[in-house]
Design a binder for this molecule. Structure first.
Ligand SMILES: [Zn+2]
Length: 367
C-alpha cells in the first residue's frame, strides 16, 4: 500500500508549492506610470511548474464555445432562458427585464454546469439588481477563497441603453471567461474554495461588487485573491497582443500580494505556451474603474486583467460603450488565449487536488 501513498504526497506537494511562489518572472523597479514593466517569461528553474491537470483544463477552452456563449449573451442570436428563447439585446443595469433575463441566463448556465449558484440581490445609489455567484467548495483549505469575477452589465448611450447595449468586449468577454471556468472547474476538485462571480451595476459605480465585497469583509471571509476580467477580447488587427495587469501601487500595503497574483499570471502565460499570443504588462497603479477596486477597498488582494488600456502603446476598443461593441469586431484568438491564461491562473491559485487512484498490485509485482 505504501507505494501508492508515497506517489500521491509528491504530487500534492508540487501543486501546493507552485502557488505560494513569489513572482520570479515579473521584474519591477518601482513606480513607472508611463513605461510598463514587461514581464520576462517565467523561468521553470524558479520552481513554477506547469501542471498536467491544469494543462488539461486550459485545453478545454475552445474558441468556438467562447464565440457561441458571447453570441447568446450579446443578442447576436437567441439564448434559452427559463426554457424559452430570449434575445439579450442589452444588459444595462436599469433595463429591468433584459438584465433580469441576462442574470437568469448566467445562473442557469452555471447550475447546468453542476456548480452551486446563488443570486445576491443588492440596492445602492437608486439602483436595485442582483449578482450571480457560483461556489466550488475547497476540499483541503475550504476557508481560503479564490475569486474569479467580471461584470455582466453593459452600457451604451442614454438613448439606446434600455434596448440595445451588446457590450461584447465590455464586458461579455470577461463574463464568458467566468462562465467557461464554471463549466471546466465543475469537473475538478480544489484545495481552496472557488467563487465565480458576475456582478451588475459596475457601470453605475461598481455598485454590485461594492455591496458584495463589503459584506464579505463584514462576514470575515478569508479571500486570498481576486482575479477581475474586464474587456479581454479587443486587439487591433496586426498589432502586438499586449494586455495590462493592474495591481496596487508599490507604496500600498497590498502591493506584494497583488504582485504575487500577477506573477502567477505571467508564469502561466509562459509555462502553457501562451507567450506568443499574449504580452502581459504589469502596472502598479490604483485604477479604480472596475470591480477589483471594490476588493482593494476592503483590503483584499486583487488585480485587473484588461486589454491594452494604458501607456504609450494603448490599444483600447474604439467601440467602447457604443451599440457597435459587437462580437464581429472581437479578436477571437486573443480572447481565447486570454481566457486560457486567466483560467490557468485561477486554477493555480485554487490548487487542483489530484484524484487519488488506489491501485492494488498483485503480490508477484510488489517491489
Ligand atoms: Zn467594463
Amino acid at each position: 500500500m505504501r507505494y501508492g501513498l508515497a506517489a500521491l504526497c509528491v504530487a500534492c506537494a508540487i501543486l501546493w508549492h507552485t502557488n505560494e511562489l513569489q513572482p520570479a518572472g515579473a521584474r519591477h523597479d518601482g513606480p513607472q506610470p508611463e513605461s510598463s514593466v514587461r514581464a520576462a517569461p517565467a523561468l521553470q528553474a524558479n520552481g513554477f511548474q506547469a501542471s498536467p491537470i491544469i494543462a488539461g483544463m486550459i485545453a478545454e477552452v475552445q474558441a468556438a464555445r467562447l464565440y457561441s456563449l458571447t453570441a447568446e449573451l450579446t443578442g447576436e442570436w437567441p439564448a434559452i432562458v427559463g426554457g424559452e428563447p430570449y434575445t439579450i439585446s442589452t444588459r444595462f443595469t436599469g433595463s429591468i427585464t433584459p438584465i433580469q433575463k441576462a442574470t437568469q441566463y448566467a445562473y442557469e448556465w452555471m447550475a447546468g454546469a453542476g456548480v452551486a449558484v446563488d443570486y445576491h440581490p443588492w440596492s445602492a445609489s437608486g439602483y436595485s439588481n442582483r449578482n450571480v455567484v457560483a461556489v466550488i467548495t475547497g476540499t483541503i483549505r475550504p476557508d481560503e477563497i479564490i475569486m474569479a469575477v467580471a461584470h455582466l452589465d453593459s452600457l451604451s448611450p442614454a438613448e439606446t441603453r434600455m434596448t440595445l447595449a451588446p457590450g461584447a468586449d465590455d464586458n461579455a468577454s470577461g463574463s464568458v471567461a467566468v462562465l467557461s471556468m464554471a463549466r471546466i472547474f465543475s469537473q475538478y476538485s480544489f484545495s481552496r474554495t472557488l467563487r465565480l462571480a458576475l456582478f451588475s451595476g459596475e457601470e453605475q459605480g461598481l455598485l454590485g461588487s461594492n455591496v458584495y465585497a463589503a459584506a464579505a469583509r463584514a462576514r470575515g471571509d478569508n479571500i486570498v485573491a481576486v482575479v477581475n476580467m474586464d474587456m479581454i477580447a479587443w486587439n487591433t488587427p496586426g498589432s502586438l497582443p499586449t494586455l495590462d495587469v493592474f495591481i496596487r501601487p508599490t507604496t500600498s500595503a497590498g502591493y506584494t500580494d497583488d504582485l504575487t497574483i500577477a506573477g502567477i499570471f505571467t508564469h502561466v502565460v509562459a509555462a502553457y505556451g501562451l507567450a506568443g499570443q499574449l504580452i502581459p504588462e504589469i502596472y502598479p497603479l490604483w485604477i479604480g474603474a472596475s470591480d477589483h477596486a471594490s476588493f482593494w477597498q476592503q483590503g483584499y488582494p486583487a488585480l485587473l486583467l484588461i486589454e491594452d488600456y494604458y501607456g504609450s502603446t494603448r490599444d483600447f476598443n474604439p467601440r467602447y460603450h457604443t451599440v457597435s461593441d459587437r462580437l464581429e469586431y472581437l479578436d477571437l484568438d486573443y480572447f481565447t488565449a486570454f481566457v486560457k491564461a486567466a483560467l490557468g491562473t485561477v486554477a493555480h491559485l485554487a490548487h487542483p487536488v489530484v484524484p487519488v487512484h488506489v491501485i492494488y498490485l498483485p503480490l508477484t509485482q510488489r517491489p
